[in-house]
Design a binder for this molecule. Structure first.
Ligand code: PHE
Length: 390
């Protein structure tokens, strides 16, 4: 809203808003009735309710035209317009008076009223144009710079996106690039090439969203390992963030779709020590330098040996709390040394290269990093929740 500076003493405090309405602080005009009531009505004769005659209308018109011409700035001109054409101005009163005019006089008075309206309106328009070009030149005086600016809320990244971006940034510092794969995967990439046999429970209908085409919504980001290795020769150093899907009943800690970031490092002489040190480095940058990392023996069909790894609970600093179920540790995901069988499937020579792979649950990290106790809050898109991360 452009608020014009008031220069007319009659409208003492009134700034003028759009459509000639007096503008208060919020444009509602509440502050301005007193000011407007001090503007004298155009014709005192109206006070007794008499209709105006032809001479009076002509006189009022001349007065209006000369006032419009004489208006020295946009605010004054607006007052002239309100005084003669506004809702409580002279014109509506002339129109109202028509009903009290005798039938033989009425057409003439009606015609004069119309002329009054048109001529005064064009005089106001013409003057506004003249003032407009001059006004633009002296725009410094046309704005009230003391009016507070409009506050616009700024958006921010979703906590899941923040964790993904930060993870990629941390691994970029270790020389990893970012790879990508589709949400709809082949059973070959998601299971077979990852050495996961047809009788493995995760291939069950109860565990996986199968499509009629025989493809599926990927259950993990590990198929990106296969895509990257089949398309590239070693050495490989990638992270692959993305969405995964499992037939899970939604609860405070589980969701049927969630995010992982996959890591894969293949080269000569990559060892378990590299895996442990890189994950620990990642944990420290993500959670803070006091975080501890714990590796537990585990089994995955596509890594050998395999581990699951936990971060010490960020909330209770390892002492035990509701979030970590009193254990002091939060499971992040699995990892291990790439199984030689997987290397053979993608055409790498397991005698020449070794590698490590890991997954990391993005929601898990977000929950402990930001103290979110229910995973569903990450998907509700409640602005009151999300704005806390801005
Ligand atoms: N894909 C495994 C999971 O979703 C995690 C994992 C990734 C394990 C890479 C080993 C190596 O549980």
């Amino acid at each position: 809203m452009t608020v014009l500076r008031k220069e007319n003493p009659n409208i003492a405090d009134a700034a003028i808003g759009p459509k000639g309405r007096p503008a208060g602080r919020n444009g509602h005009g509440y502050a301005c009735f007193a000011a407007l009531s001090r503007v004298p009505y155009a014709r005192s004769c109206l006070k007794n309710g008499d209709p105006m005659n032809a001479d009076e209308i002509a006189a009022a018109k001349n007065e209006a035209l000369s006032e419009a011409k004489a208006a020295g700035n946009a605010a004054d001109l607006e007052q002239v317009r309100i005084k003669y054409l506004g809702r409580n101005g002279l014109l509506p009163k002339i129109m109202q008076g028509l009903k009290d005019v005798g039938p033989e006089e009425r057409p003439l008075i009606g015609k004069l009223a119309n002329e009054f309206k048109q001529e005064v309106q064009s005089a106001v328009d013409a003057r506004r144009q003249e003032l407009g070009s001059a006004g633009a030149a002296s725009s410094a005086s046309a704005f009230d710079f003391t009016i507070p600016g409009r506050w616009r809320p700024t958006g921010s990244l979703h906590p899941i996106s923040m964790v993904i971006e930060e993870s990629c940034r941390i691994f970029a510092g270790l020389g990893f690039t970012v790879a990508d794969g589709p949400d709809i995967e082949t059973a070959y990439n998601n299971f077979d090439a990852l050495n996961t046999p047809p009788d493995h429970p995760s291939r069950d209908n109860q565990d996986t969203f199968w499509l009629e085409s025989g493809e599926l919504l990927r259950t993990q980001t590990s198929p990106v390992q296969i895509r990257v290795m089949e398309a590239n020769k070693p050495p490989i150093r990638i992270v692959a963030p993305g969405r995964c899907y499992r037939r899970d009943t939604t609860s405070a800690t589980h969701s049927a779709n969630f995010h992982q970031i996959e890591g894969l490092y293949v080269d000569k002489q990559v060892s378990m020590a590299d895996l442990k040190s890189d994950i620990t480095y990642f944990a420290r940058l993500m959670m803070g330098s006091e975080v501890k990392v714990r590796f537990r023996p585990h089994f995955f069909p596509f890594t050998e040996p395999s581990v699951e790894y936990d971060f010490s609970c960020h909330i209770c600093k390892g002492k035990g709390c509701r979030i970590c179920k009193q254990s002091g540790w939060i499971e992040i995901s699995g990892a291990g040394m790439v199984d030689p069988r997987v290397f053979k499937i993608v055409g790498y020579d397991p005698e020449k290269v070794t590698g490590y792979a890991f997954g990391a649950g993005i929601e898990r990290i977000a929950m402990i990093k930001y103290g979110v106790s229910d995973i569903r809050q990450l998907y509700d898109n409640d602005v009151r929740f999300l704005s806390q991360f801005a």
